[in-house]
Design a protein around this ligand. Structure first.
Ligand code: FAD
Length: 390
């Protein structure tokens, strides 16, 4: 093991390992320091253990950031196809589940093994159970862990975001960034279930029911499934919308995405003797249909209900307004929105503009992907951008 390194990478997660492999294979002497007892723990639990390792359609519009243009360069230079080529070169079998989401057929472990093999090809040193406690800057960077101090002229922050603290995730990246004077965009939980209170707690009675909807927050809508839970709302459509939702704002849900607001009026014309609840149950899971009918105050045959009431019910079902009273927080958030400000970094190299030698990649940076493999694609692409620049 060399005693001096060209670069130290903090965090052996998706971004850190990718960055280390690229730099190592370019002949750089690279040390990766990881606090956990093994590398890639989030990769191992991702995608239900099968790792949704990329999304074949990943592009800049699938990401949230204070600067929506920032991710363009890295994503264009290392694409989902590039990562898939790497996966295939290791003979890892994969499949597309839905909406361009690519998963391992077998196990997420294969992705971690592949990244470690790539690191080995570049003679990268990966040291686990090394929690970085402080970083000093003088003639290069001096990184202290409980076992010693390591130095290098370049330092990469790849310690991720604070989502899922019980896995050891922390806001360490932000503390470090602030130490070096870099701005941090306020982090908040994303891809996270939303909680309901007040009158909306009634929906908790249908915990376990799911339905295809379009969920919209802050003018951004997602057509996927919503799931009612004992605390509020979850399911892919809600998780996606949660990244755009802000406390105090409404969340709109279209419960009848395949139908128009005129649908109950059309049904009335076609079959006035049909019950309104029967109509709702045809369009929606029965328990959800009943609770919505109660809330809309609808009962009886369509023919006996005024046109105005049916039109208004159709409109409300197309744009049901929920008032979430919060999220389930970082404890349940798959990712973090916000992080080290992109204004501080070069979009080509991920190097801090005001602090040469300091880099930040992956989830630590204010670039957050949708659900569906986009977050790993950012980790790979930003890791490559820094790894090629170190
Ligand atoms: P991480 O992978 O979190 O790596 C950071 C590393 O830094 C960790 O290993 C951590 O232990 C280490 N570290 C932290 N502090 C210190 C310190 N002080 N000293 C040393 N080391 C430290 N995204 C997808 O695209 N597809 C999915 O299928 C998917 N599934 C997910 C499932 C779950 C349950 C969760 C929580 C997330 C999922 N994500 C998924 C998101 C994805 O895991 C992250 O976006 C991605 O791991 C970020 O990579 P990263 O390298 O930036 O951070």
């Amino acid at each position: 093991m060399p005693t001096s390194y060209d670069a130290i990478i903090l965090g052996a997660g998706a971004a850190g390992l990718m960055c280390a492999a690229r730099a190592g294979q370019r002949g750089k002497r690279v040390l990766v320091l990881e606090r956990a007892e093994k590398p890639g723990k989030k990769i191992l639990i991702s995608g239900g253990g099968r790792c949704n390792f990329t999304n074949i359609g990943a592009g800049p519009t699938n990401y949230l950031s204070a600067n929506p243009h920032f991710a363009k360069s890295a994503l264009a230079r290392y694409t989902a196809r590039d990562f898939l080529d790497l996966v295939e070169s290791y003979g890892i079998a994969w499949h597309e589940k839905t909406l361009g989401q690519l998963f391992c057929d077998s196990s997420a472990k294969q992705i971690v093994e592949m990244l470690l093999e790539e690191c080995a090809k570049g003679d990268v040193t990966v040291r686990c159970s090394e929690e970085v406690t402080s970083v000093a800057h003088g003639d290069g960077f001096a990184v202290t862990t409980q076992t010693g101090t390591y130095t290098a002229p370049a330092l990469v922050i790849a310690t991720g975001g604070p989502s899922i603290p019980k896995m050891g995730a922390t806001g360490f990246a932000y503390d470090l960034a602030r130490q070096f004077g870099l701005k941090v965009v306020e982090p908040r939980p994303a891809l996270v279930p939303l909680t309901l209170g007040g009158e909306e707690v009634l929906f908790r009675d249908i915990s376990g029911v799911s339905a295809p909807v379009v969920a919209t927050a802050n003018k951004t809508g997602f057509a996927e499934a919503a799931l009612f839970t004992h605390r509020g709302l979850s399911g892919p459509a809600i998780l996606q919308a949660s990244s755009y939702w802000r406390p105090g704002e409404p969340l709109f849900v279209d419960f009848i995405p395949e139908r128009t607001a005129e649908w109950l009026m059309d049904a009335k014309r076609g079959n006035p003797r049909s019950g309104v609840r029967t109509q709702l149950r045809e369009a929606l899971p029965a328990r959800l249909a009943d609770i919505l009918a109660d809330k809309l105050g609808l009962d009886g045959d369509l023919g006996n209900l005024p046109d105005k009431a049916l039109r208004s019910a159709g409109e409300r079902l197309k744009r049901w307004t929920f008032h979430p009273n919060g999220t389930e927080g970082f404890a349940k958030a798959e990712v973090t929105v916000g992080g080290i400000s992109t204004a501080e970094l070069s979009s080509k190299t991920m190097q801090a503009k005001r602090f040469p030698g300091l880099y930040a990649i992956g989830e630590a940076v204010d670039v957050t992907g949708w659900l569906g493999g986009y977050n790993f694609q950012w980790a790979w692409a930003s890791g490559v951008a820094a790894g090629d620049a170190l």
